[in-house]
Design a protein around this ligand. Sequence first.
Ligand SMILES: [Mg+2]
Ligand SMILES: [Zn+2]
Length: 180
Amino acid sequence: MSALRPAAFVDRDGTLIVEKNYLADPAGVELLPGAAEALAALKRAGYVLVMVTNQSGVARGYFDMEAVARVHARLDALLAAEGVALDATYTCPHGPDDACDCRKPLPGMALAAARDHGLDLGRSLVFGDKAADLGLARAVGATAVLVRTGHGAREEATAAPLADLVADDLAAAVRTLLKA
Ligand SMILES: [Mg+2]
Ligand SMILES: [Zn+2]
């Protein structure tokens, strides 16, 4: 029996919280309906909760990592009020031209999380509203879930072929997966 645990990798903008173009103001953090409850259900089912977020606004000079940290602190507080906590958060601060290994769809953040938390990537889930999120899932052999919140509905035509499941939002996706 493996001691490795499965993770639920959850994208931030458009998946866990309302998509706001390059959000830098903690006051703008808004949980999507049912998202906190969905995280709690995933945790009860044994998944390690890992948020993985591309924040190219840092590389573009729109905001700095301190601003990202303030947004994440606000998000953590909103989740705590709903009785759930992320186990870890990974942020890629790079831009498309930085040749990093962590900007989704590249697998750097998931691989780092696997090392840090002893994760079984093949039994893990990745939730996101963009093709890049699903590409990350494909890169590590995880289950790829497209949500129609955020950019999801607009990206569905191009992203759906990469997805194992397409659902209206995180809450609906988790209901389907945990029932199966
Ligand atoms: Mg997103
Ligand atoms: Zn990066």
